[in-house]
Design a protein around this ligand. Structure first.
Ligand SMILES: *Cc1c(COP(=O)(O)O)cnc(C)c1O
Length: 348
């Protein structure tokens, strides 16, 4: 009953098989492997972007930080929500890799701070770059799809935000650690959710959706390619035995494994959501992908933990009045079984 995160499950047999197959003979290092050429071709096809620059790194923090560093000068600032992974969960890696750029927070939805609105984004951008040489200059906007709160920007919302970034001539980055969970939920094409909606660069997640540890960075304008390559090498993220990264990503994009996994994760989340609704648990919002924020009484949390369930409490400690409701975050991955979900709901 593991709902702590979607990075805790196993990897699919196909990925392990692909690694075994890649594990024969010799291949050039540093991304010059034949598999990487196939990855690039495949991602360009999937995104309908024949000129896109495509790179692999092993963590989402590296993908975000190196992509943003390429789009941002040290004296600029990156616009993001207060709950953004780049703000809360990357130990200042974006600031580090940009050489000291700062983050400017755009308020999100009241109480939840998940999604920025065009109005809030415009107002926040307008307030920066007003102090001449003394203040930060405006830099890229970074949004997260699926958001850190399990919600999704619609295509119309993405287009409205990118219209604001274009007003100011700023690049738009998408943290897509859960890119595919959003894609299948919106039932749109990768192009529609990115460059057709005005997104310039994407951190295309793999790890949370079944890979051992690979994320792609995609720039739709290849002018960023060489700078990104230099930054990746300088930042210690150019893998020497690169074919093992390529092999994972290639398996992910073969036979729709990426889509199948994301659909499974979202379906598991829908099952858990329905069950929690049936038990009368109040939700903090409507789950849209594979992440739930809902409250249960402390005594129920205790019983679940005592029986081996794993997840994070959100707004309070386990200790206290047993009848009091405490919110928790439940994340479903592609691999969690129906049995585990049923067992969890039966305990509630
Ligand atoms: C998990 C996650 C990442 C990547 O995190 P790493 O631990 O560095 O791989 C990036 N953004 C979001 C929104 C995430 O949830």
């Amino acid at each position: 009953m593991f709902f702590a995160s979607d990075n805790s499950g196993p990897i699919p047999a196909q990925v392990l098989q692909a690694l075994t197959e890649a594990n024969t003979g010799y291949a050039m290092g540093y991304g010059a492997d034949a598999e990487m050429e196939q990855v690039t071709t495949r991602i360009r096809e999937i995104f309908e972007a024949p000129d896109a620059a495509v790179y692999l790194v092993a963590t989402g923090t590296a993908a975000n930080s190196l992509a943003l560093a390429t789009l941002c000068k040290p004296f600029e600032t990156i616009f993001c929500t207060p709950t953004a992974h780049i703000h809360e969960d990357e130990c200042n890696a974006p600031e580090f890799y940009t050489g000291g750029a700062k983050l400017t927070l755009v308020p999100g939805a009241p109480g939840f701070d998940d999604k920025m609105t065009p109005e809030a984004l415009r107002a926040t951008i307008a307030k920066e770059e007003t102090r001449g040489v003394h203040g930060p200059q405006r830099g890229p906007v970074s949004l997260t799809q699926v958001t850190e709160r399990g919600t999704i920007y619609s295509l119309a919302e993405l287009q409205a935000l990118s219209a604001v970034t274009r007003e100011f001539g700023l690049p738009l980055h998408m943290d897509g650690a859960r890119f595919t969970n959003a894609l299948v939920a919106l039932d749109c094409t990768p192009a529609e959710m990115t460059w057709k909606a005005g997104v310039n660069a994407v951190s295309f997640g793999g790890t949370k959706n079944g890979l051992m540890g690979v994320e792609a960075v995609i720039f739709f304008d290849p002018k960023h390619a060489w700078e990104f390559e230099l930054r990746r090498k300088r930042g210690g993220h150019l893998f020497s035995k690169h074919r093992y990264l390529s092999a994972q990503m290639l398996a992910y994009l073969t036979d729709d494994l990426w889509l199948t996994n994301a659909r499974a994760a979202n379906a598991n989340c829908a099952t858990l959501t329905a069950g929690l609704h049936q038990k009368g648990a109040p939700f903090l919002h409507d789950p849209q992908a594979n992440m739930i924020f809902a409250a249960l009484p402390r005594a129920t949390h205790q019983r679940l933990y005592d029986n081996g369930a794993s997840y994070h409490l959100w707004d309070g400690p386990l200790e206290g009045n047993p009848d009091e409701l405490v919110a928790a975050r439940f994340v479903c991955d592609w691999a969690i079984s129906r049995d585990q979900i049923d067992q969890f709901l039966n305990l509630i």
